[in-house]
Design a protein around this ligand. Structure first.
Ligand code: UGA
Length: 458
């Protein structure tokens, strides 16, 4: 099929490239010419494993290209997918970019003779597709949704760091269609996929996306709340408590005598809290949407509150070890919101850094992408290092905030020996089994004492 993806950011570009790899002819549109130039040079403007290789392959095959010419791209398409950003401002979803895209697409539809299907991929609150999007497209095109053009909502469930794999091996495809012809067009678009499909209304599709992210955030905050109890009750350890919880057969089924550990269990783990461009934003938007509809949603309010308290908790643990933090040299391990990405948005590491800077600590950060971040994205007072020795030398404390696997592989005995005071705060419980010098003051999440010698569950 001929597909145009409007918005060549994270979701749009991954979607476009993967659809081209499926055999569709894809145009990826963006208003930023430098972004399109980079895409046409096969250099994605963000880090995503597997994307550069796939982009090169679909570009060379002639099935994929980037353009700033929206009108032409829409005219040539059978399916127009909208994947522009929907950030939140003051908790409320900001639809400025989306409204602009809809208006432009509607005007182009006015001059098109064939019937195209417009698909909302951007995350939007329930009712956006069948009210706001429909009315902008109808007014601008002079045509009726369902007759003059098709309309559908197809949320994405891509995780940064595994987005290409997630697109190509989806758990499910959710298609909320306004009209039957659009449902059929979407089935044709995803003809190569055998996963379950949920055919439903646009509103259900919109809410399914928010509900999925809200559940993940809830699991993480729940785990952190259990950790908070463990931190104040001697003799308890969140790691053991959660392991026991995971082994409930309703969470870890036993198939042919083997315990199956579903991936979702990794969200039932205590740590420095969640971040990224999706979970915090989507939960805030859902809360706001609930309030607008007279639904208070106190559970989700608490999910965000618990999450926001995590960096302050880490700062308090540091104060307990070091006293006042001013002029203390503290090294943060990890800046991105999770391993496997260079995305700093809503990163717990940056929130912790803000608290520590306010207390006039001297900050270093070690991150595999340390050298790549643009000057404006990380506070210039944070000195960035790629070589961990630079950060460990003379440090008063090390705080692991993002559990990059390579951090765990380091020789901690040698590195900790370089520190002025050997305080290691493990904000992700990732270093529990790692060998460190005997005098290391190792502290981690969810226990009142150092658990380095405690038994693990077999
Ligand atoms: C999330 C969802 O997982 C995707 O399904 C969804 O499509 C996406 O948002 C979106 O709305 O676009 P993402 O933000 O890339 O994807 O990040 P996750 O991998 O889910 O991580 C979110 C937070 O959960 C991070 O802070 C991370 O540290 C934490 N996390 C992640 C865990 O605690 N455990 C994990 O196993 C993975």
């Amino acid at each position: 099929m001929k597909v145009t993806v409007v918005g060549s950011g994270y979701v749009g570009l991954v979607t476009g490239v993967c659809l081209a790899a499926d055999g569709h002819e894809v145009r990826s549109v963006d208003v930023q010419a430098d972004r399109i130039d980079a895409i046409n040079r096969c250099a994605p403007p963000f880090y995503e494993p597997g994307l550069p290789e796939l982009l090169r392959s679909v570009t060379q095959s002639g099935r994929f290209s980037g353009t700033t010419d929206l009108a032409r791209a829409v005219r040539e398409a059978e399916v127009v997918i909208i994947a522009v950003g929907t950030p939140t401002r003051g908790g409320r979803i900001d639809l400025t970019a989306l409204e602009g895209a809809l208006q432009s697409i509607g005007q182009i539809l006015a001059c098109c003779e064939d019937r195209k299907t417009v698909v909302m991929k951007s995350t939007v609150v329930p009712g956006t597709t069948d009210t706001l999007a429909r009315s902008i497209l109808e007014c601008a095109s002079g045509k009726n949704a369902g007759q003059g053009f098709g309309l559908a909502m197809n949320p994405e469930f891509l995780r940064e760091g595994s987005a290409v794999q997630d697109f190509r091996n989806p758990d499910r495809i959710v298609i909320g269609s306004w009209d039957d012809a659009s449902a059929r067009a979407m089935d044709a678009l995803y003809a190569g996929y055998s996963c379950p499909r949920v055919h439903t209304t646009p509103r259900n599709a919109e809410l399914a996306k928010y509900a999925a992210n809200a559940l993940l955030g809830t699991l993480i905050s729940f785990s952190n709340e259990v950790a908070a109890i463990c931190e104040s009750v001697p003799g308890t350890d969140v790691q053991t408590v959660m392991e026991a919880l995971h082994l409930d057969r309703r969470l870890s089924p036993v198939l042919e005598g083997v315990v199956v550990r579903p991936q979702v269990l990794t969200y039932l783990a205590a740590g420095a809290g969640f971040g990224g461009s999706c979970l915090p934003k989507d939960i805030a938007a859902l809360l706001h949407f609930g309030a607008e509809n007279g639904v208070a949603m106190p559970l989700l309010r608490s999910v965000l509150d618990v999450n926001l308290a995590r960096p302050a908790k880490l700062a308090e643990m540091l104060r307990r070890e070091l006293g006042a933090l001013n002029d203390k040299k503290i090294a943060l391990l990890g800046l991105a919101f999770k391993p496997g990405t260079d995305d700093l948005r809503e990163s717990p590491a940056l929130r912790l850094a803000a608290v520590l800077l306010q207390e006039r600590a001297e900050l270093f950060a070690v991150d595999p992408f340390a050298a790549n971040y643009t000057p404006g994205s990380v506070d210039p007072r944070i000195r960035r290092a790629v070589d961990p020795r630079e950060a460990f030398r003379g440090a008063d404390a090390i705080v692991l905030v993002t559990a990059w696997p390579q951090f765990i592989e380091w020789n901690w005995e040698t590195l900790v020996a370089l520190m002025r005071t050997p305080v290691v705060l493990d904000g992700r419980n990732a270093l529990r089994g790692v060998r460190m010098p005997a005098d290391t003051r190792y502290r981690c999440i969810g226990t009142a004492e150092s658990p380095r010698e405690t038994a693990s569950v077999g």
